[in-house]
Design a protein around this ligand. Structure first.
Ligand SMILES: O=C(O)CCC(=O)C(=O)O
Ligand SMILES: [Fe+2]
Length: 314
């Protein structure tokens, strides 16, 4: 029901927190509640430049319109720090991260991180790299505001996390979910059920037939609300561990368009995966340690290696 969705995934205008206005405390309280109940909320009043978002959206759209043969030649190497990587249709099956074998996800993506390995940027569409870098910088600013909100909500100094994000390993991805001309295979989705591994994800979502769904604790899948210009924020697994499981990383997926759907179902989303630096220690935050820490301290690099080996059985 719509009321359930809006209660569980509330829309929070964070402008009063950013400007230090009298409503800042209410912003913090709303986000604390959402982060502990569903791990998902939408933000408005975030200050992100809409032109930077549109530029990245439009250039990535033009990239995905290029012929498949050409696209698969882009960014398969690992030699360029801050390069680009293209992942073709069905290459990734996100449900595999939960140990489930499904056919590959019905999506393709372009991936970038200033400290992540990729390949030389393609020469077309012109301005693609600059659009990724500009939008990445916008996300860094928003992420800093959100970290400030998180710290205030938890009772930490507002800059508690800042040293851990000086050399952050965040990743920016644009995903294209094309029209589906053939029915999906059994168990095949646009993006299979998963949780995100990092600290938090900031997603530029898009309303379409076949969109983002979030799992309620009783197992029911809810459609995430779509509000033009708002960002969907969700807590990742590393932050859940850091908070001694008080802030929750919730399973989500991207549904297929309904079978027999005849309208336009192409969808493009832009997740920014905020990750700390490799050496950051994920160690129960003091305000959550009262009844004992559930987990041993672990570096972010070791944590990702552990998650990957758990997911892929290696
Ligand atoms: O495309 C979306 O709306 C969500 C994608 C997602 O959850 C992911 O890539 O981790
Ligand atoms: Fe995700």
């Amino acid at each position: 029901m719509a009321t359930d969705t809006i209660d569980l995934i509330p829309v929070v205008d964070i402008s009063e927190f950013i400007s230090g206005g009298p409503g800042a405390g209410a912003v913090v309280e709303k986000i604390r509640t959402a982060a502990t109940e569903s791990g998902f909320f939408l933000v408005t009043g975030h200050g992100v430049d809409p032109a930077a978002t549109k530029r990245l959206y439009d250039l990535a759209y033009a990239f995905f319109d290029e012929p498949q043969d050409w696209k698969v030649g882009v960014g398969r190497g690992k030699d360029v720090e801050g390069g680009v990587a293209f992942a073709p249709m069905k290459e990734e099956a996100l449900a595999g991260t939960l140990g489930r074998k499904t056919p590959g996800d019905l999506k393709e993506s372009l991936n970038f991180g200033p400290r992540l390995a990729g390949d030389t940027w393609p020469d077309r569409p012109a301005g693609l790299e600059a659009a990724f870098r500009d939008y990445f910088a916008e996300m860094e600013t928003l992420a800093r505001h959100l970290r400030g909100i998180f710290c205030t909500a938890i009772g930490l100094a507002p800059d508690f996390f800042e040293k851990d994000f000086e050399n952050h390993l965040s990743a920016l991805r644009v995903i294209n979910y094309p029209e589906q001309s053939e029915p999906p295979e059994d168990g095949q989705l646009r993006a299979g059920e998963h949780t995100d591994y990092g600290f938090m994800t900031i997603l530029r979502s898009e309303a379409s037939a076949g969109g983002l769904q979030v799992q309620r604790r009783d197992g029911v899948w809810l459609d995430a609300p779509n509000i033009e210009g708002a960002y969907v924020v969700n807590i990742g697994d590393a932050f859940m561990r850091w908070s001694n499981d008080e802030w929750v990383s919730t399973p989500h997926r991207v549904a297929n368009p309904p079978s027999g759907f005849h309208g336009t179902a192409r969808r493009q989303s832009i997740p920014f995966f905020l990750n700390p630096s490799a050496e950051t220690m994920i160690e129960c935050l003091p305000p959550f340690a009262k009844d004992g820490a559930k987990y041993e301290p672990i570096s972010f690099a070791d944590y990702i290696a552990l998650k990957t080996s758990q997911a892929f059985g290696g």
